[in-house]
Ligand binder design. Structure first.
Ligand code: PMP
Length: 284
């Protein structure tokens, strides 16, 4: 496959970075993943805005416009096989000559992008949808989860707990028992027809799918949306539970720690929400 590295396109096996790269040594970088369905990018502008926010938050200076990023995305889409691709963008602080915690001066960020195949876009059909079973855990990650850092060890360990327990995600609760998010997704409950998700804070990633879904639901107006703290008790008593991420879109959760959510089947509010999302997702 063809990848992008520091201004050039090349076969993946020719892409080389220094072992002194701070992305490698410290996980010192920011990343994004943007879905691309038959050439159509989902949420491109918001994804790039979030990447710029992250770069700013960690003090990496990089002068790359949305247009330059988009040209890379479309080039990778054209050069790589597959109708449906995830476009991965990664900026690390770059390669120093020594291993020191302090930011090096005069070092250029490392910019990397590649494309990988993703499943076809989810459809709002209970009989065809992927449903998810999840584990739960106390959120043991750092306190700046709003930054989309490449340092994902905390997320990886939580996700792996889910896998080890036969599930596809792990939903996290802070030390006071309030919902934060999943290890790779944002999380929602539906109670009496109202969609409820944790408010944005440094405890969770401001998901682009979350932003688009809430915007789409509010503009449609049929389903009420609340951004507020969700306790573990409320979570366990939910009628429906959903996950969102760029590749899952709105993912229905049917089991939590081996217990069914509601009647254990995909819910009716999910159908409406995923349908609206499918219709609106290319408008961002
Ligand atoms: N939370 C975490 C921790 C994530 O890694 C992701 C996926 N990047 C999300 C939420 C969902 O974000 P998005 O909708 O932007 O893919």
């Amino acid at each position: 496959s063809t990848v992008y590295l520091n201004g050039e396109y090349m076969p993946m096996h020719e892409a080389k970075i220094s072992p002194m790269d701070r992305g490698f040594l410290f996980g010192d970088g920011i990343y994004e993943v943007v879905p691309c369905y038959s050439g159509g990018l989902v949420g491109f502008g918001p994804h790039m805005d979030r990447m710029n926010d992250g770069l700013k938050a960690i003090g990496i200076e990089l002068a790359m416009s949305h247009e330059e990023w988009k040209a890379i995305a479309l080039k990778l889409d054209g050069e790589n096989d597959g109708e449906n691709l995830g476009i991965y963008f990664h900026v690390s602080r770059g390669a120093d000559t020594k291993r020191a915690h302090s930011f090096p001066s005069g070092v250029k960020p490392t910019v990397f992008a590649f494309a990988f195949e993703i499943p076809p876009a989810p459809v709002a059909d209970k009989s065809k949808a992927n449903s998810y079973s999840v584990s739960t855990s106390t959120d043991l990650r750092w306190k700046r989860c709003n930054i989309k850092s490449t340092a994902l060890l905390g997320n990886v360990l939580h996700y792996q707990k889910g896998v080890d327990e036969g599930n596809q995600e792990c939903i996290l609760f802070d030390v006071d028992g309030f919902l934060t998010e999943g290890s790779s997704t944002n999380a929602y409950i539906v109670k009496d027809g109202v969609v409820i998700t944790a408010p944005l804070s440094n405890a969770l990633l401001p998901g682009i799918t979350r932003f688009m879904l809430l915007d789409i639901l509010r503009k449609d107006g049929r389903i009420k949306v609340e951004e507020r703290a969700v306790s573990r008790e409320e979570f366990d008593a939910a009628d429906e539970v959903w996950l969102t991420s760029s590749s899952k879109e709105v993912g229905p959760v049917v089991a939590i720690d081996g217990k069914p959510v509601g009647n254990g089947e995909i819910g009716d509010v999910w159908v409406v929400a995923q349908q609206l999302f499918s219709e609106g997702k290319f408008n961002y």
